[in-house]
Structures are given as structure tokens and as C-alpha cells.
Design a protein around this ligand. Structure first.
Ligand code: HEC
Ligand code: HEC
Ligand code: HEC
Ligand code: HEC
Ligand code: HEC
Ligand code: HEC
Length: 279
């Protein structure tokens, strides 16, 4: 009892010390730019392994705190099938709720944690401070819309790759849509976990607007649907000329842009009446 308390205290102090050193080391040091913004899966991925979010949160406290408010983080505590007597989940269900999923159904960690979006973290954690940036994926820095949408769409999409319904070998930076044997399933509009299927049909996707242009992953404050801003403000960030009073004068007072352009939450972003929302 006494011993473990002591252990905890010294770990805490040590962590503080390490963080202080890291903070100093990080200031004023720019990582070389040669290997960032990869057009494909970066080479280090071939051998990188999954660590755990506790490691990431030691150095990235703010992201840890923001992430903890999200639905993604909630599965780190409890999986939908954790309840006693619950049915055994299908592989597709396990795949969508864990981080570092392996072909045999095992995984690194419960929930959609840091490495689910940033990729396996061993190389980043092991790298010297000055080059850390080259050994982790920042989704915002990926070059193509296909690479970016794949980070989220491997879970928020319905597809097949050969006879599989999941992308077991997915690596962050990979463009799923260009993967051999990849096919989007035909789906019913508005069903959950298929936002990728809907978005790829939109003008948004053609112009490079993807999930992370509208949603946050670890913002300091929790927001509805993990959106970057309230809906009207979010849309007007790009559609400056669309003012409710003139563009939609007859809309009910509580209407937002989504009322007409995202019926049932559909992510096709059509003009009303232009199909696909309904069939
Ligand atoms: C020992 C401290 C440390 C740990 C542990 C750590 N990081 Fe980092 N991370 C850093 C530093 C320092 C930077 C900034 C590097 C720079 O700007 O050159 C960074 C940068 C990043 C970036 C931004 C990269 C970019 O290109 O903008 C991401 C994303 C990231 N880390 C994710 C993670 C994840 C995920 C984990 C856990 C697997 C993790 N980090 C663990 C220290 C750490
Ligand atoms: C659902 C996907 C997702 C998860 C989960 C996630 N991130 Fe991120 N992270 C992103 C995206 C996307 C960006 C790019 C900036 C943005 O859009 O917020 C980012 C950016 C970062 C950065 C660069 C600095 C910044 O804030 O922009 C760091 C560091 C980072 N994440 C660390 C973490 C850590 C640590 C965790 C786990 C506690 C984590 N991320 C979980 C998607 C994710
Ligand atoms: C490993 C799988 C996985 C990845 C990767 C993933 N998600 Fe999720 N996400 C989920 C699951 C599962 C849920 C919960 C769905 C539910 O309960 O209906 C969810 C929920 C959400 C929600 C609803 C949040 C809320 O508060 O209601 C949003 C928005 C979201 N994800 C966006 C994203 C974005 C954007 C990315 C990429 C940056 C991403 N997700 C990456 C699996 C994933
Ligand atoms: C142009 C902005 C935009 C883009 C791009 C976008 N979303 Fe959304 N998303 C929204 C808005 C707005 C809502 C809320 C809709 C509503 O109120 O019905 C939403 C809702 C959601 C929800 C349901 C949240 C909940 O609480 O049930 C999920 C999950 C989601 N988005 C995931 C994604 C994923 C994954 C992508 C990329 C494939 C994506 N979104 C791209 C704006 C966007
Ligand atoms: C990051 C910038 C960005 C954001 C945020 C954004 N849009 Fe767009 N939107 C575009 C671009 C670019 C186009 C395509 C060019 C055009 O038609 O102006 C577009 C096109 C559209 C179209 C026309 C589609 C068509 O088939 O003609 C609609 C409708 C639309 N957006 C609705 C929304 C709504 C609703 C939101 C908020 C939930 C939103 N947009 C948020 C950039 C954005
Ligand atoms: C009451 C329903 C309604 C609401 C609310 C609404 N729209 Fe529209 N929107 C329409 C209709 C109908 C069209 C097609 C006719 C037209 O172009 O005006 C349209 C067209 C558009 C277009 C594509 C045409 C163009 O001029 O580029 C964009 C972009 C768009 N809306 C954005 C928005 C944004 C942003 C909001 C929120 C501020 C919003 N809409 C709110 C009904 C609505």
C-alpha cells in the first residue's frame, strides 16, 4: 500500500520533470520538412506498433482532455457489448470500436483512441524530439481528400475489400478508395456509419471538403456532434453569401442549414429535391 503510493508519487514527479525537459526541448526546434506531408503511407509504418493513449496523453495533455469529452473516448471505458450476457459482436462491430485491430479479432485498446486516427505511435514515441513530427500522421497534413476521408471512413463507411467488410490492414495515409478490390456498398440513406459513402458523391468531396473541415477530434470544449462551430456559423465559414434571412426566408425560426441540406443527417449536401437524399 505504502510502497505503491510512493511509486505513484515518484512517477508523477518524474513525469513532471520529463515534461518540463520536453517542453524546453520542443521550443525553437523545427523538425526537418523532408518527410512530412507524405503522399502515401510513410515508410516507418511498416514496422511501427500500437502503444496506448496513456502514453500519448503524457505529452499531449490538451488533446487528451478534449478527446475525453467525445463519443469516441466513451468506448475506451465501455464497449457496447461489455454488458453481461450481450451477444458476441461481429468483426465489423469490433473493428469500429477499437484501436489497433488485428486480423484475429484482438486489438491494442478499447475505443477510438489517439492512434486510431494518428496511426501506430511507437516510432513517434521513440524518435528524438527534433524529428518526432516525421513519425506520426497528422490527418490535416495529408495531401489528398481521399487520404483524409479514409482516416474516418474506414469506420464511418460501408464497403467491401474482396470478401471482407473491414480494412484490416489499413494504414493511416492510405487512400481506401484506391485500394485494390475496394467497393463502396449501396446503402440506405441516413443509416449510421456510412458518412463516407454519402460524402464521396457530393460537390464537397470533389472540392476537397472532408470530415475534418467540419468536425473536431479533441477540441477544448465538447460540441454537439463534435462540430467545429454551431451549424449555421460552420457552413457560413465557406458559404458567406448564404444568410438565412435572404436565402431561406420562409424557414422556421429553429431551422439551420442542415434542416434543408442534410435531411436525416445525410451527408450528400445536395440542393433540396436533387435526389440521392431520398433514394
Ligand atoms: C515524449 C513525448 C511525446 C509522446 C509520448 C508523444 N508525443 Fe506526439 N509529439 C511530441 C512532440 C514534442 C511533438 C511536436 C514535434 C514538432 O513539432 O516537431 C509531437 C507532435 C505530435 C503530433 C503532431 C504532428 C504534426 O505533424 O503536426 C501528433 C499528431 C502527435 N504528436 C501524436 C501523438 C500520439 C498519437 C502519441 C501516442 C502514440 C504521441 N504523440 C506521443 C511529443 C510526444
Ligand atoms: C477521430 C480522430 C482523432 C483522434 C481519436 C485523435 N486525434 Fe489528434 N488529430 C486529429 C486531427 C484530424 C488532427 C488535425 C487537427 C484537427 O483537425 O483537429 C489532429 C491533431 C492532433 C495534434 C496536432 C496538434 C493539434 O491539436 O492540432 C496532436 C498533438 C494530436 N492530434 C494528438 C492526439 C492525441 C494525444 C489523441 C488521443 C488523446 C488524439 N490526437 C486523438 C484526429 C484525431
Ligand atoms: C476506429 C473507428 C472510428 C474511427 C477511425 C473514427 N470514428 Fe467516429 N465514431 C466511431 C463510432 C463507433 C462512433 C459511435 C457511433 C454511434 O454510437 O452511433 C463514432 C462517432 C462519431 C461521431 C458522433 C459524435 C457524437 O458526439 O455524437 C462523429 C461526429 C464522428 N464519429 C466523426 C469522426 C471523424 C471526423 C473521424 C475521423 C477524423 C472519425 N469519426 C473516426 C468510430 C470511428
Ligand atoms: C460540410 C460539413 C460536414 C462534413 C464535410 C462532414 N460532416 Fe458530419 N455532420 C455535419 C453536421 C452539420 C452534422 C449534424 C447534422 C444534423 O444536425 O442532423 C453532422 C453529423 C455527423 C454525425 C452524426 C453525429 C451524431 O451525433 O449522431 C456523424 C457520425 C458524422 N457527422 C460523421 C462525419 C464523417 C465521418 C464525415 C466524413 C466522411 C463527415 N461527418 C463529414 C457536418 C459535416
Ligand atoms: C470548408 C468549406 C465548406 C464548408 C465548411 C461547407 N461548404 Fe458547402 N460547399 C463548399 C464548396 C467548395 C462547394 C462546391 C463549390 C460551390 O458549389 O460553391 C460547396 C457546395 C455546397 C452545396 C451545393 C451542392 C450542389 O450539389 O450544388 C451545398 C448545398 C452546400 N455546400 C451546403 C453546405 C452546408 C449545409 C454546410 C454546413 C453544414 C456547408 N456546405 C459547409 C465548401 C464548404
Ligand atoms: C428552407 C430550406 C433551406 C435552408 C434552411 C437553407 N437552404 Fe441552401 N438551398 C435551399 C434550396 C431550395 C436551394 C436551391 C435553390 C437555390 O439555389 O437557392 C439551396 C441552395 C444552396 C446552395 C447551392 C446553390 C448556390 O447558390 O451555390 C448552397 C451552397 C446553400 N444552399 C447553402 C446553404 C447554407 C450555408 C445554409 C445555412 C446558412 C442554407 N443553405 C440554408 C434551401 C435551404
Amino acid at each position: 500500500m505504502k510502497l505503491s503510493l510512493l511509486g505513484a508519487v515518484s512517477t508523477y514527479v518524474l513525469t513532471g520533470l520529463i515534461l518540463a525537459v520536453l517542453a524546453t526541448a520542443a521550443i525553437g526546434q523545427d523538425a526537418p520538412k523532408d518527410n512530412d506531408k507524405p503522399d502515401a503511407v510513410p515508410a516507418y509504418m511498416a514496422t511501427a506498433t500500437y502503444k496506448k493513449s496513456t502514453m500519448c496523453k503524457m505529452c499531449h495533455k490538451a488533446q487528451g482532455t478534449g478527446w475525453a469529452t467525445t463519443k469516441h473516448a466513451s468506448f475506451n471505458k465501455e464497449l457496447p457489448w461489455d454488458a453481461p450476457g450481450a451477444a458476441k459482436p461481429a468483426p465489423e462491430e469490433v473493428y469500429r470500436h477499437v484501436t489497433g485491430y488485428n486480423a484475429d479479432g484482438t486489438y491494442s485498446e478499447k475505443g477510438i483512441t489517439c492512434e486510431a486516427c494518428h496511426g501506430p505511435g511507437s516510432a513517434h514515441i521513440g524518435a528524438p524530439m527534433a524529428t518526432k513530427k516525421n513519425f506520426i500522421v497528422n490527418p490535416a497534413d495529408l495531401k489528398t481528400a481521399g487520404q483524409k476521408i479514409s482516416i474516418c471512413g474506414r469506420c464511418h463507411g460501408q464497403y467491401t475489400i474482396g470478401d471482407q467488410k473491414i480494412a484490416v490492414k489499413f494504414q493511416q495515409g492510405q487512400d481506401l478508395l484506391k485500394t485494390d478490390g475496394f467497393k463502396l456498398d449501396k446503402v440506405e440513406p441516413g443509416k449510421p456509419m456510412q458518412e463516407m459513402n454519402e460524402l464521396v458523391t457530393s460537390k464537397h468531396f470533389k472540392h476537397g471538403v472532408v470530415c475534418i473541415n467540419c468536425h473536431t477530434s479533441h477540441s477544448a470544449t465538447a460540441t454537439e456532434h463534435s462540430l467545429q462551430k454551431p451549424i449555421i456559423e460552420l457552413c457560413q465559414g465557406c458559404h458567406k453569401d448564404k444568410v438565412m434571412a435572404t436565402h431561406a426566408p420562409k424557414a422556421p425560426a429553429d431551422a439551420t442549414c442542415a434542416t434543408c441540406h442534410m435531411p436525416k443527417g445525410v451527408h450528400t449536401f445536395r440542393k433540396p429535391g436533387e435526389g440521392d437524399d431520398k433514394d
